[in-house]
Ligand binder design. Sequence first.
Ligand code: SF4
Ligand code: SF4
Length: 227
Amino acid sequence: MTQPIAQTAQTPPSRPVLRPDAPYPNTVKPYKPGFAERLYLPLLGGLMVTARHFLRNLFGKKMYTIEYPEERRAYSHRFRGHHILTTRPDGSVRCVACFLCAQNCPAECIHIEAAEHPDVNIEKYPVVYEIDMLRCVFCGYCVDACPEEAIIMSNNYDMAYFTREQSIVGKNDLMKPYTFDENLLGYRPLFPEEDVQRAKMRRDAFNLVEAARQAQERETAKAAAGR
Ligand code: SF4
Ligand code: SF4
């Protein structure tokens, strides 16, 4: 037969006890400002800094204020701003709905719904592609993960929304080219040799697709003529 476990009295950890003979202060001395403080001289020092900046901005060469939105700060070419979904030469979205960007997104803010592409040479395409801009942390992992260079980031940082719904940006808005000047594009992996190689592969792939399409058209025309 098992014996009941004996309950032992838990003694609380000892707490420091105030010694009655310790020299604790029982009065608080009020703060006494010095002579300069009573004349508000430190305040004049702060006002002089403000006046110096004001005069430098007014008459000097260097202006610290940027008159946004008329004037914009020049950001690095690797700045990670609003995303762009790039397109093929025919204007269709380049994304093949492989979900790699969504899998790599640490904020889980990419939502994709895939469908079969009408072109047999392209497996899938995104019917829905949405990014929740308020959840996005602009890390660029989606750009790094994309094997198709279908998603890149622009230099555009105008992202003000009036409602929560507006912050979820859909495929059509992502395909709008905000800054499509090559020099103004934002973050994308920049490996010149690889870019050339990839561009060639992409051109070859387009040529293959085009050749297949033309062959299909010829077959259809031949079948229609034979009837
Ligand atoms: S930039 Fe980062 S957080 Fe934003 S969608 Fe891409 S992977 Fe997600
Ligand atoms: S954007 Fe790129 S990584 Fe994301 S689903 Fe499309 S092809 Fe894949």
